[in-house]
Design a protein around this ligand. Structure first.
Ligand SMILES: [Zn+2]
Ligand SMILES: [Zn+2]
Length: 112
């Protein structure tokens, strides 16, 4: 097999992984996101190789095929969970009573 980093390296399949990992150390180029698994970041020269060997490839292709073959969406019962727990604290402060103005009129009776 040909080393993805250096076409002059010819490696047999058994030692390919260890060879590539040693060549990878010297590589400082861009990393490409794997299309099968967003968590895989592959050095650019290895992308083609990784695309064939990615552990998530089968899963990805299976999901893709499943999506293409089943146009009928899964019917899922939607449970209506009534979440009515909003903290709606009523303002329980009673309106202030108006001050009572006592109008005491004292009638002075003047007697002559
Ligand atoms: Zn190499
Ligand atoms: Zn991958």
């Amino acid at each position: 097999m040909q080393c993805p980093y250096d076409g002059g390296h010819l490696v047999d399949a058994k030692s390919f992984n260890s060879h590539v990992s040693s060549c990878r150390v010297a590589f400082s180029g861009p990393l490409i996101q794997c299309k099968f698994n967003a968590r895989h970041w592959i050095p650019m020269p290895e992308v083609a190789y990784h695309s064939k060997m990615c552990a998530d490839r089968q899963l990805y292709l299976m999901i893709e095929a499943t999506l293409q073959c089943e146009p009928v969406p899964l019917q899922r019962e939607t449970e209506m969970v009534d979440v009515d727990g909003a903290g709606d604290e009523a303002d329980a402060t009673a309106p202030a009573a108006p001050p009572v103005t006592a109008s005491d009129e004292t009638h002075m009776l003047e007697s002559h």
